[in-house]
Design a protein around this ligand. Structure first.
Ligand SMILES: [Cu+2]
Length: 112
């Protein structure tokens, strides 16, 4: 009985490992550009496991990407030529805004 269990585990381990590698290889990074006080695109749909990179393309204005409704603390501002990255693992729609500019809003929809 113990031997059977061991065999099953040793058979499954490489299968599980390759599944992990496969799903990681499939994860994408999406870019949201910040320009003229706007998130472009304002709404983005991604798959669970994907990452979004917000790039600040302003001339001299800093911004932040704050998922305030999720109860997160406000992250640091980032300046032109800097970026902010976040990976999303849970399905759902998450609104966000810029900390210093409440009128700058966007949302991320994560599909499973
Ligand atoms: Cu801003």
């Amino acid at each position: 009985m113990v031997k059977m269990k061991y065999r099953l585990t040793s058979f499954l381990a490489p299968v599980l490992l390759s599944l992990c590698v496969f799903s990681q290889a499939n994860a994408e990074t999406h870019v949201v550009v910040i320009k003229k006080f706007k998130f472009i695109p304002q709404h983005i749909t991604i798959k669970a496991g994907d990452t979004i990179r917000w790039e600040n393309h302003e001339k001299r204005q800093y911004h932040s990407v704050w998922f305030e409704a999720s109860g997160e603390p406000e992250p640091d501002y980032f300046f032109p030529e800097e970026s902010y990255e976040k990976t999303f693992n849970k399905a759902g729609t998450l609104p966000y805004r810029c900390g210093p500019h409440p009128k700058m809003t966007g949302s991320v929809t994560v599909n499973q």
